[in-house]
Design a protein around this ligand. Structure first.
Ligand code: KG4
Ligand code: ZN
Length: 347
């Protein structure tokens, strides 16, 4: 018998994603983004995102089915993001997925978006090892997970206590007068600066904080330190060394993320680190993760960036893993959960 065919639907933030996955093979992945509509507001406007999902939902799914050259009737199961995310955005996707499931009689799986960011790597680099660490970093999440089975055995080791890494980059981008979203701009600017010129603090990385929060992150103190530095330059009437600020800031974020992820690998006896989420595009995170992992004999798996930003493939990949494990589908009254716990793979 051929592997099950899964339709994955993602609408947790500003991307409407639909994808078809058979087993661990990606057949089609289509994304419509409303980012252009939010850029002029300097942040995501939830109601604008919800309406954009409503408009893009059916065309995106139709485009994915056409690209995969399959019919809805061929699909074995539908997976949809149930949380975490913006409640209005999630509601559009989950309502649409329920309608599809009811109309077709297909089983429906309401799945965890953050775990999807790790699951997608199976479509790129093949089956996961028995145990690995996943670092999921984006504008909305910064989480460290211990994964024994992506469908049934995910343990949360830690997450950010305040800002997500991408969010901190976006805020520093604003401080430096860069366009929204600032992350990629700060990254580019940092490559022209000296990462050792200004040493910014490393959150939860020393003394009692490190003992109490070995795998948690905090970037708000770092963001404040950057703001103070910029203000002090301005108060003295000096130009802000923006490239050095960006480089020192990027260094701090990449240092903390990689140090904690590799410490988790060592403590839990994992030789594989999977990195996902839109922030995996960050150049310093990539280079430092590769350098440190090699020193520790750990393999780093990072999917190509188009699978790191929000997409339907990650949800189809997780749905596929659940179906392969024989997990029961969700009930058709499944709720959305904007604060879905990281250990809940499926509601
Ligand atoms: O996964 P994603 O597309 O959306 C969320 O779920 O949040 O992640 C986007 C986030 C934004 O905050 C963006 O500024 C940040 O990731 N980002 C970056 C880079 N590329 C995207 N931050 C730093 N360096 C980058 N190269
Ligand atoms: Zn995401």
């Amino acid at each position: 018998m051929s592997e099950p065919l899964i339709l994955g639907i993602e609408t947790s933030c500003d991307e409407t994603g639909a994808a078809l996955v058979r087993g661990r093979e990606l057949l089609a992945d289509v994304t419509a983004s409303s980012m252009d509509e939010h850029a002029r507001y300097g942040g995501i406007v939830p109601e604008v995102a919800s309406r954009a999902h409503l408009e893009a939902f059916v065309p995106t799914i139709d485009a994915a089915l056409a690209a995969a050259e399959v019919d809805l009737a061929d699909v074995d199961a539908i997976a949809v993001t149930a949380g975490p995310g913006l409640v209005g955005s999630l509601t559009v996707g989950v309502s649409g997925a329920k309608a599809l499931a009811l109309a077709t009689g297909k089983p429906l799986y309401g799945v965890n978006h953050v775990i999807g960011h790790a699951a997608v790597d199976e479509l790129v680099h093949g089956a996961f090892p028995d145990r690995f660490i996943a670092l999921v970093v984006s504008g909305g999440h910064t989480s460290l997970l211990l994964v024994d089975n992506i469908a049934t055995g995910v343990t949360e080791l830690g997450q950010t206590l305040d800002d997500a890494a991408g969010e901190a980059f976006d805020k520093v981008g604003r401080l430096l007068g860069l366009p929204y979203p600032g992350g990629p701009h700060v990254d580019r600017l940092s490559q022209q600066g000296d990462p050792t010129a200004i040493r910014f603090p490393r959150g939860l990385s020393t003394g009692k904080d490190k003992v109490r929060h070995p795998y948690d992150f905090s970037f708000s103190g770092l963001k404040t330190a950057v703001a103070r530095y910029v203000e002090a330059c301005e108060d003295r009437g000096e130009p802000v060394p923006a490239a050095d600020v960006a480089a020192g800031f990027s260094e701090s974020v990449a240092d903390v993320l990689t140090a904690k992820a590799l410490a988790a690998c060592q403590y839990h006896g994992c030789d594989t680190l999977v990195v996902g989420g839109g922030f995996s595009a960050n150049s310093r995170l990539r280079s430092l993760a590769a350098e440190r992992a090699e020193q520790h004999g750990i393999t780093v798996r990072i999917p190509p960036i188009r699978y790191c930003t929000d997409n339907g493939a990650m949800i189809a990949a997780l749905g596929s893993a659940l179906v392969r494990e024989g997990a029961a589908p969700s009930s058709l009254d499944l709720p959305t959960d904007s604060g879905m716990p990281l250990e809940t793979v499926r509601v």
